[in-house]
Design a protein. Structure first.
Length: 94
């Protein structure tokens, strides 16, 4: 699979307090959804892409700050490749 796009829909950074003492950093990433889309490469040619929506959060503890990123990554792929990669357990195949 080839990455054809990486997009941020939302960026949020908030400083809650001044850092003191030991700081703990907790990262969390969530896949929020996977969709198949048609992508126009030019006027004559279109291809299917796989869009993976995600959320990435970093918390700086104890309540020092938070970083939140929401976006999606677009992959160029073929249904056959998805079936091979996921063993026929792909929601996009018929």
């Amino acid at each position: 699979m080839t990455i054809v796009g990486f997009y941020f829909n939302s960026l949020n950074v908030e400083k809650l307090s001044q850092p003191k003492g030991q700081i703990k950093i907790k990262n969390d990433i969530k896949i929020k959804g996977v969709e198949k889309e048609e992508f126009p490469f030019n006027k004559e040619e279109k291809s299917d892409i796989l869009r993976v929506n995600f959320e990435f959060t970093t918390n700086y503890e104890p309540k020092i700050g938070v970083l939140e990123l929401k976006g999606h990554i677009s992959f160029l792929t073929k249904e056959k490749e998805l079936v091979e990669r996921f063993g026929g357990k792909c929601a996009f195949t018929t």
